[in-house]
Write a protein that binds this ligand. Structure first.
Ligand code: FAD
Length: 819
């Protein structure tokens, strides 16, 4: 066994072996993998081998697409067959909402180049003659289906062996029966891994330990939010009907998914495999995998399976005539949002996770591809935020993860509405004034563990969402909140913002090297600033305010706490010249905005708030009501006159009550996240994570005014120089969409020129309630960015005309903000 390698992968499931394979494809051949028992001994050996291309996530969709393409060429490359049956994949729909979900997905599929068809019930019958179309008795009628001709199923162990062969042929080593037992940092900054067969030192560690993710993480002090859930499928005996259909020349049936009955069905040796996602499947191994488990399974739980078996038998009566051969019930790793954890571990240099895979056979290729690129080149080739392990924070304790993973598992096949908010493990994190806001009719949502009011139900209106892909029950109430903000004064509780304090003699120079904008030099000035990736993509957005000499207040998105914190911490100079403190939980934030906001705030503070004393884009430390040391920032994300008050958290109640008392005669009211979405869209404000991602540079995002190419060096500057020299390929635009009656754009819709050629994608969309326009924002090829350009957009299967608008359709000259 080698004693030193560049990368050591821990875990010999399909995901670990794929990572190893892809490292060798990047030219890193001094790499090894250790597996505690034998390759595939974890979840890989008993997986059903389905490769669904369907995924609502833009990122995960790209990973799956890469995998399917790779698996097709792998046998030719390695000489190892992988039993890839390209049988196709059929997802049935029995309701309009389900069809809306498929149509929404098709927007994403279009933008990433996944082939698909939306088909009629009649076509379903042609493709799947053994299925009933329903409509009588207990079998719901089909309204259509989504068909992927390109995917199918594979033999997971053969796939792993092919990847192993490819990796070993390129020089990678694989050591079975070798368990990682402890990790230590060497003085040289490498990782010393104690294994059951001796020590190995590695520059980089990749954890790909499947069901063991939590115990592996614990050895490194990481609380990895991956806990498996039981997942079972039934293997049936030969089916006489299937046999006669196949012997009569019928082609292999597509994998069938009846989403509304939560099961999949595929052929297996003239019989069937039926896999449901049941209610009540328990999380397992929250405290680690016990030694006795090994290459084992759980006993089958027929009670949980019965409702799905019955539904499947109604849809495919041939099931009735075959006996059950086996029930496979194994652990399947899950995370609270169902997406894997691929990327850097937080707080530790050169430690990488490829964990939490619930569709790991499908995702193995793509996750290995991107992780290898990240390790060898310093960043991934596509936007990986949706799977970045740092999208979670310290709140993912054991009980939270258990509850959320069980909830996610049983919802695998439910309709994924864009406004869906799931109920379990809530409320977890709340603002101090949660009860007060709740009493005002809040209808809550959750992000990064925080409760956030989505909208406010007036007295007598039910406090409940009716989730939809279209305008729905809360539409008129969101409109009222938008009007409140535009015409009177509204309050948004943005306490979840991520807040860092950066201090010390080196603070300004250090921050300046991290972001593309000029860090403010004068106390009381602020700068919207973007940290870029080395390739020039947007990694983070920070509002940096100079509070005092050598003291900066750095605010970023609430969901970026660990993502940004980890970035800042890893970049911190070692000489002690800069202090970095995460003060997220020590300050709350109320946005107070609208034409009457000045009149309200003036009653709370002696600080003059007129334009000369307190201009737009400046900040002061003020007293407000009984609160002291309040950072008042004259900026906001809604585009009206207003201030963000960032106050010491202990004053939350006092400040909140004072605001509402002073605001009563000005019609003050609470405003929720959905109204904020409408308001920011009217101003073309880009949202980090959806409109600003590593896929696009700030020039492509049309944020040129926040980039100072003439200042000193900053991360990504060379890439921007190259892009300027070569020409900026895409531009960010705001579109008015015409002819919308009930389905506004929501993001991830493809955009077309007048000849029907795809020339970009929307990254967000909403109805602008004040300007009364259906709006989309996103990226188009640069030549289509001129205001007035006619384009079209595909929304839920319907092509709508759209026109490029001048940036910021509401108040384009920012007169309100300067008022
Ligand atoms: C019943 C069932 C059906 C499924 N069907 C499908 C499907 O159809 N399609 C699909 O895409 N996915 C499916 N899955 C999910 C799929 O099996 C997993 O996502 C996938 O196998 C995960 O692979 P992995 O490499 O991450 O983990 P694993 O295969 O679990 O591998 C992890 C490995 O790490 C090793 N290890 C752990 N700790 C250490 C250590 N300290 N030192 C050394 N080695 C260690 C383990 O021994 C294990 O071999 C199914 C899962 C189940 C349970």
């Amino acid at each position: 066994m080698k004693t030193h390698v560049r990368v050591l992968v821990i875990g010999g499931g399909v995901v670990g072996v794929s990572t190893l394979y892809h490292l060798t494809r990047k030219g890193w051949t001094d790499v090894a993998l250790i597996e505690r028992t034998e390759l595939t001994a974890g979840s890989t050996w008993h997986a059903a081998g389905l490769l669904p291309l369907f995924n609502m996530s833009y990122t995960v969709g790209q990973l799956h697409k890469y995998s399917v393409d790779l698996y097709k060429r792998l046998p030719g490359e390695t000489g190892q067959d992988v039993s890839f049956h390209v049988s196709g994949n059929l997802r049935l729909a029995t309701s309009r909402d389900r069809m809306d979900e498929y149509q929404k997905y098709c927007g994403t599929a279009n933008t990433i180049g996944v082939p698909f068809e939306i088909i009629s019930p009649q076509r379903v019958k042609e493709l799947w003659p053994l299925a009933e179309l329903g409509g009588s008795g207990d079998t719901p009628a089909l309204v259509g289906a989504l068909y992927h001709p390109d995917d199918g199923h594979i033999a997971p162990a053969d796939l792993t062996m092919a990847l192993r062969k490819g990796a070993r042929a390129a020089g990678a080593e694989i050591y079975e029966h070798t368990e990682a037992q402890a990790f230590e940092r060497t003085p040289a900054g490498e990782w010393q891994v104690k294994t059951s067969k001796g020590d190995i030192v590695a520059e980089h560690l990749v954890l790909a330990t499947g069901n063991y993710a939590r115990q592996t993480g614990r050895m490194l002090g990481l609380n990895v939010p991956a806990i498996p859930v039981e997942h079972q499928y039934i293997v049936y005996d030969e089916s006489p009907e299937l046999k006669s259909y196949r012997q009569g020349g019928g082609r292999e049936l597509a994998v069938l998914r009846e989403s509304d009955a939560s099961y999949y069905l595929r052929e297996e040796r003239m019989g069937w495999i039926l896999g449901p996602y049941e209610r009540g499947a328990p999380a397992r191994f929250a405290d680690g995998v016990p030694d006795w488990f090994g290459r084992s399974l759980f006993p089958g739980d027929l009670d949980r399976l019965v409702p799905h078996v019955e539904a499947a038998t109604r849809r495919v009566p041939a099931l009735e005539n075959c006996g059950i051969k086996d029930i496979v019930n194994g652990p399947i790793s899950y995370t609270p949002d169902g997406s894997p954890l691929i990327g850097p571990a937080w707080g530790l240099p050169n430690v990488w996770l490829n964990e939490g895979h619930s569709f790991g056979i499908t995702a193995a290729g793509g996750s290995g591809w991107q992780l290898a690129e990240w390790i060898t080149e310093g960043e991934p080739g596509i936007d990986m935020l949706a799977v970045d392990p740092r999208r979670y924070g310290a709140y993912t304790g054991k009980r939270y993860v258990v509850k959320k993973n069980e909830e996610t598992y049983r919802n695998v096949f439910t309709i994924h509405y864009p406004d869906e908010e799931r109920a379990d493990a809530r409320p977890a994190k709340t603002s101090p004034v949660y009860d007060k806001i709740n009493a005002m009719g809040a209808v809550w949502g959750q992000r990064y563990g925080w409760e956030r009011a989505n909208w406010f139900a007036p007295a007598g209106v039910e406090r409940k969402d009716k989730w939809s892909f279209r305008r729905t029950n809360y539409f008129p109430y969101v409109a009222r909140e938008v009007q409140l903000m535009r015409e009177q004064v509204g309050v948004i509780d943005l306490t979840p913002f991520t807040k860092h304090e950066v201090t010390g003699p080196g603070a300004e120079a250090w921050l300046d090297g991290l972001v593309a904008n000029k860090v403010p030099a004068r106390v009381g000035r602020m700068a919207l600033s973007h940290a870029l990736t080395p390739r020039g993509g947007i990694r983070s957005e920070f509002t940096i305010t100079k509070i005092a000499d050598e003291h900066f207040y750095v605010v970023s998105a609430g969901a970026a706490e660990r993502y940004d914190g980890d970035f800042l911490q890893k970049k911190l100079p070692k000489d002690g010249s800069v202090g970095l403190r995460n003060i997220t939980n020590t300050r709350g934030c109320f946005v107070v905005a609208g034409p009457h906001s000045r009149a309200v705030l003036t009653q709370l503070t002696d600080t003059p708030l007129d334009n000369d004393s307190f201009p737009w884009l400046t900040a002061q430390t003020i007293e407000a009501a009984l609160a002291v040391d309040v950072y008042a920032l004259r900026v906001n994300f809604v585009g009206s006159l207003g201030w963000e008050l960032h106050f010491p958290i202990e004053y939350a109640h006092n400040l909140f009550d004072a605001l509402f008392e002073a605001g009563a005669k000005h019609g003050i009211g609470m405003v929720g996240m959905r109204a904020m979405e409408s308001l920011r869209m009217e101003k073309s404000y880009r949202m980090w994570g959806s409109d600003m991602t590593p896929d696009y540079t700030p020039f492509e995002a049309s944020l040129d005014r926040f980039v100072r190419m003439k200042k000193g060096g900053f991360i990504g500057k060379e890439a921007l120089e190259q892009q300027l020299a070569a020409g900026v390929p895409n531009r960010f635009v705001t579109l008015e969409v015409h002819g919308v009656t009930d389905a506004d754009p929501l993001g991830n819709e493809p955009l077309f020129d007048k000849n029907g050629k795809m020339i970009g994608r929307a990254t967000s969309g909403y109805y602008g309630h004040h300007i009364k326009k259906s709006l989309a924002i996103g990226y188009v090829k640069a030549q289509y960015a001129e205001p007035g350009t006619p384009l079209s957009i595909l929304i839920l299967g319907e092509r709508k005309q759209a026109t490029v608008l001048r940036e910021s359709p509401y108040d384009p000259d920012n007169n309100e903000l300067r008022a």
